[in-house]
Design a protein around this ligand. Sequence first.
Ligand code: ASP
Length: 332
Amino acid sequence: MANRRKFLKTTALATAGVAFQSFISKSEEVVVEINSGKVNKPIVLSTWRFGIEANEAAWIVLKNKGRALDAVEAGVKIPEGDPTERSVGYGGRPDRDGRVTLDACIMDELSNIGSVACLEHIKHPISVARAVMEKTPHVMLAGEGALQFALQQGFKKENLLVEESEKEWKEWLKTNEYNPKANIENHDTIGMIALDANGDLSGACTTSGMAFKMNGRVGDSPIIGAGLYVDNEIGAATATGHGEEVIRISGCHLVVELMRQGKSPQKACEEAVMRIVKLTQKRGKNLKDIQVGFIALNKKGEYGSYCVQGGFNYAVHDAKGNKLIDANYFLK
Ligand code: ASP
C-alpha cells in the first residue's frame, strides 16, 4: 500500500505526453526456467498483494492434483470473504448510491463460462458465476435476476457494506465527484489463472469494481474476453485496472490470441498494454490517469505481466514457492 501511494506522488510529476511511437520495451522476460520440454505445473498466478493468500488456498487444490477450476474458485474466495479487502466481495466499496454491487466470472479448460454482473448481497459472487456456468443454459446473469438465482441456489443474503466502506462513501458524498484515479485504493480486482497437474487451465476474476461508480456500471471483470480469458490449447490471461480501457480492446482475449501467434506471455501483455497506450493518446486522454495491468500464463507454465504505470504487483505460486512480483510498466 505504502509503495503504491508513494508511486502516486512520483507519477504526478510525470508528463502527460508519452511518445508511444518511440517506445522500446525494456522489460525483461519473466519466463520460468524450463528444461527442454518440461512443463512448469502446477502453477497459479493472481493479481495484487492479496494474491499471496489467495494463491495459498489455490495451491492446496493444485498440489493435491486437483482441477484448476476448483483451485481458482477456492483462491479468489479468500479476498472475497475478507471484509478488510475493500475492493472485492464482502467489504467492497459501494457505488455512489451506497450499494455494493459485485462483478465476477469464471472459465474452465473446456471453455465453459459463467458470469454475474452487478450482483448485490452475496459474499461469494465467484461461486454464483460458477453456478451460472454449471446449472443454467446461460453464461451471464445481472442485477436482480442474478440475486434471485443465487438465493434459489441457497446462497445467503447478507449486508456487504462494512462500516469503513460506509464511512468513506459518506465522506465521498460531500464532494460527490466521480474521478477514478490510477493506483489509489479505490478498486483492485482479484484475477487468478492456474495450470493444474493435468496440464489444464482455468481462471476466475472477481471485484466490487470502481468505488463510487454509477449504479449499474459494469466493468471488465465479469466480461469473458475482457477481464478474463482461457484457451486450454494456448494459455490464460486476466486483468485489473480501469475496466473501461480493458473492455475497449477485449484485453484478455487479445493477450491469449497474441500468445497463439507465438508471443511469450510477457510480450503478449506488453503488446496489449501498448494498444491501450496508443488508443488513450489517440483519444486525447491523459495516460497518467489510467492504470491497466495484465497477467498471463501459457501451457508450458511460463508467465508474464505488464501494466500502464508502476504500482501493480502479482503473486505466483509454483513448486518453488509463492512470491510477489512487481510488474514492469510503460510510464516510467
Ligand atoms: N477492473 C475493475 C473494474 O473496472 C477494477 C480494478 O481491477 O481495479 O471494475
